[in-house]
Design a protein around this ligand. Sequence first.
Ligand code: TYM
Length: 418
Amino acid sequence: MMSEVNNIEVISDQLGDQKLSKEVNNDVNGDEDKVDPWNVCSNSATGVDYDKLIVRFGCSKLTDDILQRMETLTNQRVHHFLRRKIFFSHRDLHVILKRYEEKQPFFLYTGRGPSSSALHLGHLIPFIFTKWLQETFNVPLVIQMTDDEKYLWKGLSIDEIKKATKENIKDIIAMGFDVNKTFIFSDLSFIGKCPAFYENIIKVQRSVTFNQVKGIFGFGDSDCIGKIGFPAIQAAPSFSSSFPFIFKEKKDIPVLIPCAIDQDPYFRMTRDVAPKLSKPKPALIHSTFLPALTGAQTKMSASDPNNSIFLTDSANQIKNKINRYAFSGGGATIDEHRANGGNCDIDIAFQYLKFFLEDDNRLEQYRTDYSSGQLLTGDLKKELIGIIQKIVSQHQENRKKVTDEMVDQFMALRNLNF
Ligand code: TYM
């Protein structure tokens, strides 16, 4: 059977490691989008070509059939992120749905790399969706804070990373996860407390060669050795045996991992090693990226403050950023816009409305009226500003109520209700 990283290995054997790293990292093919855990960029104003990415990554398109099956099984409408194909791709989702149908347990796993103390709107996407999955399927959830990853990659001190981790955990708790079903852990503190987690890490590390991680992640000779071993640490929470205090002797409960598609390389690797360790392969459900304010060529990212809206931004900052930076798909002049209409596919205000305006009818009305030229970019931006200001101020209110004790409760090693 062809392994999920095998195609890369074959190229590796033929070309040698050096060339392979270049191929994975530097877009040998100039018009190919670049999507990996550290970079997302496209030459196209409409952003990443997700259909091509599905083929390149070897995952599966989230079809209407599978969404229909989800609705039948759960007896409710799927989330608007699914209806609008914001979550657009998966690996083995049908395996998870089948288990649900058979009343067999599964769990959810997602995470955050605490590189800065404020989350941006893009980070909300997988967490909003994970919360919906948790509520819809009534399943336990583990959330990994990869403080070790950010220490290795970002040049920050351990103290800075620990501070960011705590701030990020408060933001995650403020999103409303159920403490009885959610375990949040930071790698730096959890590894010492749970031998079973470290055992799984080294099992993965023994099963993956340096050649393979070079092929998957593009690591080079000058990367520190911590980076080379790290993918095993993001892989290990995919296995229920990493959390004996939750799953007890049940070592084979499968996981569903919601994340944006940039995290897929970690789990391609995990899926490849799982059978070697007699563990179930993790299933995944992938989202597209919330684009940067200045255009869909890149994703919203914490490293560029003017391109991102943070959960700490004031109402005024949100208004100014959207008005000043959100790329417009409208005409150059009002007359031109009225005559030719706007292009929703590249208009950032419209793209954000797709993520954050829940009412399907209103969204379609905006699409029609903007495309026909009846609505101007300013009108779309005004609507968006109101919606985002409300989401962010509500989040800030919720976050004020999150105490240090609540953080300790979510992070305590304990049984979960499921
Ligand atoms: P991090 O902190 O870069 O991102 C956290 C989560 O947010 C997603 N994401 C986005 N989604 C939509 N639009 C965007 N603009 C955007 N930017 C980031 C990421 O895909 C991710 O799901 N190594 C990981 C932490 C991690 C993890 C995991 C993530 C550890 N285990 C399991 C997902 C699943 C990281 O640094 O994520």
